[in-house]
Design a protein around this ligand. Structure first.
Ligand SMILES: Cc1cc2nc3c(=O)[nH]c(=O)nc-3n(C[C@H](O)[C@H](O)[C@H](O)COP(=O)(O)OP(=O)(O)OC[C@H]3O[C@@H](n4cnc5c(N)ncnc54)[C@H](O)[C@@H]3O)c2cc1C
Length: 492
C-alpha cells in the first residue's frame, strides 16, 4: 500500500545540522519477506485496513509506507528490529495514533510497527503498588485493571480509550491529574524496550529506589520512538480515593486563578488532584457547538476554574471544600461557584473541559494551536502578552485559552476572526506561532508542555534551544541509534 504524502504540512528533509537519516527507499524485498515471516498473517495489516494507521485523526498528516506490521511478542519486535538494522530499514513505532505532533506517522516510507498486539497485563501487585503492562494496552484498560484490584492508575487524558501505554510513555503524557500524581515520567518504575540494534533491554523493575547508575528508563520516556521501542512497563499504582469533590468557580482574572490554586492546595493538604482553567470564550464555543452542554453558573465571568479534590476520609471533604470556597469568595479570588452534588453533575462539568477541542472544530481553519507552559506565577503575564501580540498580528483573531493551570500548562489556541475580517489569516499562522513562542521564551516557559515535538515542533525546537542541549540530545541519539533507523525526521 502507499499512503499519500503529507498534504498540509511541511515534512522536513535531512540537512547537515540535523540527525543523519538513512536514505529512504522501499523496504528491500529480502527484509520485507523476513519481517512478514516473523509476524505471520495475523501480524500484517492489509492495504484495505491501512487508513486508520496512516491518517492522523485531525487529517493534519498522512503517512506513507509499504508495510505495516503488528508483532505479538517482545521477541518478535526484537527480531524485526534486527532485520531492519541489517537492511537499514527505518521504523516508526505506533501506539493508538492519537499523538498531536505527527510523531507516529511514517512520512518517508518507514516500516510502521504497531504495538497493538502486545496488549497483556503481565502482573499486578497491590502490595507493591505496581503493575506490569505491555505497550499496546490502552490507557483505559490499564486504569480498569488497577480498579479491579482496588487501586488507582492516575494518568488520565481525553484520548485514554485509544492511546496506549507505549504511546503515553513515549510522549511523556500529562493530563488532568498531573498536579497531584505527576506525568508519565513520574509514574513509571521500569521499562522493557527493544534497542535500535534489536536487543531486548530488560528494565522492568518495581523499585521505588534504585540508584545504580544512569536512570535508563528515563531515556525512553518522552523519546517519541527515536531511541528504541518500548514493549512493556512497570507503572505505579495508588490507593483509590474514597471521595472526590468537583467545583466549578467563576474568576475575575488569571491572577486570581494562581492565588486560588495555592489556597486550594493549602486547604486540602495537597489533595487537589486537578485544577483546570477555562476562558469564557472557550465556554461559549462549547455551549454553541456541543449538544447538551449547559452553563454551570447563572452569571457570566471572564474565567473559570474546574477543580477536583480527592480524599481518603470522606467525612472531612465537604466541610473543607465549603470553607475553602467561602474564604476564596471573601478574598475576591472567585465571584461564584458550584459544587457537583453527584457523579453525574461532576461528569457534566468535566464534559465542558473535555469538549473544548471538539467545540473549536466548526470555527474555521486554519487554527494556530499551542501547548505551552510557564512557571505558575507567570501564566497571567503570558496570557496578557500573548493576547496583545496576537491582536497586533491578526486583529480580531479569537483566542481560546484553557488547560492544566495547575501545571502551568495552557492550551493557547488562536482561531480565525469571523469570515468578514478573516481574509489572509492563513498567511499569519507562522507569525502567530513565533509571537506566542517569543512570549513563552520571555516568561521562561516551554514551547511544548505535554504533546511533544514530533514533526510539528521540530523546527521550533532546533531554532530555539540554546546552549549545548541539542548537542547532548544528538549525542544520545547517535550513541543509541548510530544507523538512524528509529523514527527518523522526528524531534531532532
Ligand atoms: C482528544 C485528545 C486528547 C488528548 N489529551 C492529552 C492530554 O491531556 N495530555 C497529553 O499529554 N496528551 C494528550 N493527547 C495527545 C495523545 O493522546 C498523547 O500524546 C498520547 O500519549 C499518545 O499515545 P498513542 O498511543 O496514541 O501514541 P501514538 O500517537 O501512536 O504515538 C505517539 C509517539 O510515540 C511513539 N510511540 C508510540 N508507541 C511507542 C512505543 N511502544 N515505543 C516507542 N515509541 C512509541 C510514536 O512513534 C510517536 O512518536 C490527546 C490527544 C487527543 C486525540
Amino acid at each position: 500500500m502507499t499512503g499519500l504524502r503529507a498534504p498540509q504540512h511541511h515534512v522536513m528533509t535531512n540537512t547537515m545540522t540535523k540527525t543523519p537519516m538513512p536514505s529512504q527507499k522501499p523496504i528491500p524485498p529480502k527484509a520485507d519477506a523476513a519481517i512478514r515471516e516473523i509476524v505471520g498473517e495475523k501480524g500484517i495489516i492489509a492495504a484495505a485496513d491501512a487508513a486508520p494507521y496512516l491518517e492522523e485523526w485531525r487529517g493534519k498528516w498522512r503517512g506513507q509506507t509499504n508495510l505495516i506490521v503488528a508483532p505479538a511478542t517482545t521477541k518478535d519486535v526484537a527480531d524485526i528490529v534486527k532485520i531492519c538494522a541489517e537492511h537499514r530499514v527505518a521504523i516508526t513505532p505506533q501506539g493508538g495514533n492519537t499523538g498531536l505532533v505527527g510523531g507516529q506517522m511514517p512520512t518517508e516510507g518507514e516500516l510502521l510497527l504497531s504495538l497493538k498486539r502486545l496488549n497483556r497485563i503481565r502482573d499486578i501487585s497491590p502490595l507493591d503498588g505496581a503493575m506490569i503492562v505491555e505497550a499496546g494496552v490502552t490507557l483505559a484498560a490499564a486504569q480498569n485493571a488497577a480498579l479491579d484490584v482496588d487501586r488507582f492508575f492516575p494518568l488520565s487524558i481525553g484520548s485514554e480509550g485509544t492511546c496506549q501505554i507505549g504511546g503515553v510513555i513515549s510522549t511523556n503524557a500529562g493530563g488532568v491529574n498531573v498536579l497531584r500524581y505527576g506525568n508519565m515520567r513520574d509514574l513509571v518504575l521500569g521499562i522493557e524496550a527493544v534497542t535500535p540494534s534489536g536487543e531486548i533491554w530488560q528494565g522492568l523493575k518495581r523499585l521505588r529506589k534504585d540508584n545504580t547508575g544512569y536512570d535508563l528508563k528515563q531515556v525512553f520516556i518522552g523519546a517519541e520512538g527515536t531511541l528504541g521501542i518500548v514493549t512493556a512497563a512497570s507503572v505505579k499504582l495508588f490507593p483509590l480515593a474514597k471521595e472526590t469533590s468537583t467545583v466549578f468557580a467563576a474568576l475575575p482574572d488569571p491572577g486570581a486563578a494562581v492565588r486560588l490554586l495555592s489556597r486550594a492546595q493549602t486547604a486540602s493538604g495537597n489533595q487537589t488532584t486537578s485544577f483546570e482553567l477555562i476562558g469564557r470564550y472557550g465556554l461559549d464555543l462549547v455551549l454553541k457547538n456541543i449538544s447538551g452542554a449547559r452553563d454551570p453558573l447563572a452569571a457570566t465571568a471572564p474565567w473559570y476554574a474546574l477543580i477536583e479534590f480527592s480524599a481518603g476520609t470522606p467525612e472531612t471533604l465537604p466541610t473543607m471544600v465549603e470553607t475553602f470556597l467561602a474564604e476564596a469568595l471573601a478574598a475576591g479570588e472567585i465571584t461564584d461557584a458550584t459544587i457537583a452534588a453527584n457523579a453525574k453533575q461532576a461528569q457534566a462539568l468535566w464534559h465542558i473541559r473535555h469538549a473544548m477541542s471538539e467545540a473549536m472544530k466548526p470555527e474555521g481553519l486554519p487554527q494556530a494551536k499551542h501547548d505551552v507552559s510557564t512557571p505558575l506565577s507567570r501564566v497571567p503575564e503570558f496570557l496578557d502578552k500573548a493576547d496583545a501580540a496576537i491582536e497586533k498580528i491578526a486583529p480580531g483573531a479569537r483566542i481560546v485559552a484553557f488547560g492544566h493551570m495547575g501545571d502551568g500548562n495552557i492550551h493557547y489556541d488562536v482561531l480565525p476572526p469571523d469570515p468578514v475580517r478573516g481574509a489572509g489569516f492563513a498567511d499569519k499562522i507562522h507569525a502567530i506561532e513565533q509571537a506566542v513562542y517569543d512570549v513563552i521564551d520571555s516568561c521562561e516557559g516551554s514551547i511544548s508542555a505535554e504533546h511533544g515535538i514530533g514533526l510539528a515542533r521540530r523546527d521550533d525546537l532546533i531554532a530555539r534551544e540554546t546552549g549545548p542541549a541539542l548537542d547532548m540530545m544528538r549525542a544520545m541519539k547517535s550513541a543509541l541509534d548510530p544507523l538512524g533507523i528509529m523514527n527518523p525526521g522526528k524531534m531532532i
